[in-house]
Ligand binder design. Sequence first.
Ligand code: SF4
Length: 284
Amino acid sequence: MAEKTFYDEIVECLNIQRKQLSGVTISEEVLKEFFRDMPRQQTARRQETVQPIPPAISAPAVHQQTTQYQTPPPAVHIPPQQEICGASPDEISRMNWDELAAAVAACRNCQLCESRLNTVFEDGSRTARLLFFGEGPGADEDAQGVPFVGRAGELLTKMINAMQFSREEVYICNTVKCRPPNNRNPEPAETEACRAYALRQIELVKPEVIVVLGAVPLHFLFPRVYGGIKKLRGNWLDYNGIKVMPTYHPAYLLRDPKAKGEAWKDLQQVMAVFGKKHTPEKRA
Ligand code: SF4
């Protein structure tokens, strides 16, 4: 029997879900997003095969206004009672700040603990109204145990200041607390192993707005919202009643400074929530 391709697995998955969820549809746009980054060979096969697939699943449309998404469990899932360094996700969800920080500092729940110098828990105010949610620590952050202190961190601080906040006024944390080697993206199993910590941080801070920096934290919070950061940035989402604005990660903005204009538009939307407005200086 021919080996299953990634495409085969998705079609199979869609068909199973179609049977389970009657009356829902999948749009061509969603399918295109699924296959956007696939190798040409698989994309060609999609074009042959998409037509016979009956409508199955609909991804929620992205609106300019806040949208409440129904988010089924993520693909990689930790059983509720699985222990994380002696504490279950349920226990972590009831920890106070001291307990949570201590649990992270001692955590060896995924392979990232092997190469870390420090765990990187947080920076800023634990009572902040605005929370910046990033991907994971880099080399500088690993060395200092503080998030966003390298070049990308310097840019993030400038972005925060441009929004008329100080870095001390906002809260900053990441999906994973240990540095992925060679600055690679954290793997799904690693973000899932760290999930309970980040969710508890957000719960304890109770911010009014979360700015998600890049695709990894975006899909961490919204595992069933389809689309990349280029498509979803600038559109408000809702996470348990908290307004969420996706925008580019500062490291991406360092690589592609032309995208800074779009990021600034996103941040200005966040400023408006707090009654802040950018007034361009008049040239002499
Ligand atoms: S990344 Fe998170 S789950 Fe993995 S060892 Fe570090 S603290 Fe633990």
